[in-house]
Unconditional design. Structure first.
Lengths: 112, 111
């Protein structure tokens, strides 16, 4: 089982609130990713990082931001949550030498 | 850009039968392909992968076939079990070595 963790697992929050979704991995992976996934649908890449102080936007436009101050930590922040942000957010990581991405369990976010 | 699609949204099979899940990709430059299994409430889990220099790769009860000519890959699960019930995703490398995921196929195993 992969050593990648996400908290919280479930979050219900009101419109306008600022939230941070946490993602940590203990595998020493340089590359980390955030995906957004609606139930049963494909994963959409919203952010990725190739190492400390490296962050890039993904293929799907997102109002969230990310930071990568430490190798093991890749948090995602929504400054002002909206109902359209309701979704599942998956964090993943991989080694530089390997294409396989290891996924965390996900955070299911509901914005009311 | 890369698009990856699955042919069927839902596949129902009897326990003990073999399952075949298909996937098409569009980027002929893709050189790595991977299948993930996602159970309800969990993140995707690696099943098997294959590189473009191979046509077939086998794992435990699973086989992936790659046809680069028609840009198609398939996942075969032998002797499908109730624990195989999940959503299955294929993914292919696109630009910058990122993975592009297809829409999932829900595999339902009937007893």
């Amino acid at each position: 089982e992969a050593d990648i963790y996400q908290t919280p697992r479930y979050l219900v929050i009101g419109t306008g609130k600022k939230i941070t979704l946490e993602c940590s991995q203990t595998m020493g992976h340089d590359k980390m990713y955030w995906y957004q996934q609606d139930p049963g649908m494909e994963l959409h890449l919203i952010h990725y990082s190739y190492g400390v102080n490296s962050t890039e936007k993904g293929d799907l436009s997102s109002e969230s931001t990310v930071s990568r101050i430490r190798t093991e930590h890749f948090p995602l922040t929504l400054e002002s949550a909206r109902p359209s942000h309701t979704s599942q957010y998956l964090c993943a990581s991989r080694a530089v030498t390997d294409y396989e991405q290891y996924f965390g369990p996900g955070t299911r976010l509901t914005v009311t | 850009g890369e698009s990856v699609g699955l042919h069927l949204p839902t596949l129902s099979v009897q326990e003990g039968d073999n399952s075949i899940i298909n996937c098409a990709y569009s980027n002929s430059a893709s050189d790595y392909f991977i299948w993930y299994k996602q159970e309800s409430g969990k993140g995707p889990q690696f099943i098997i992968d294959i590189r473009s220099n191979m046509d077939k790769r086998q794992g435990q009860r699973v086989t992936v076939l790659l046809n680069k000519t028609v840009k198609h890959l398939s996942l075969q699960i032998a002797a499908t079990q109730p624990g195989d019930s999940a959503v299955y995703f294929c993914a292919a490398t696109g630009g910058g070595n990122k993975l592009t995921f297809g829409t999932g196929t829900q595999l339902k195993v009937e007893l």
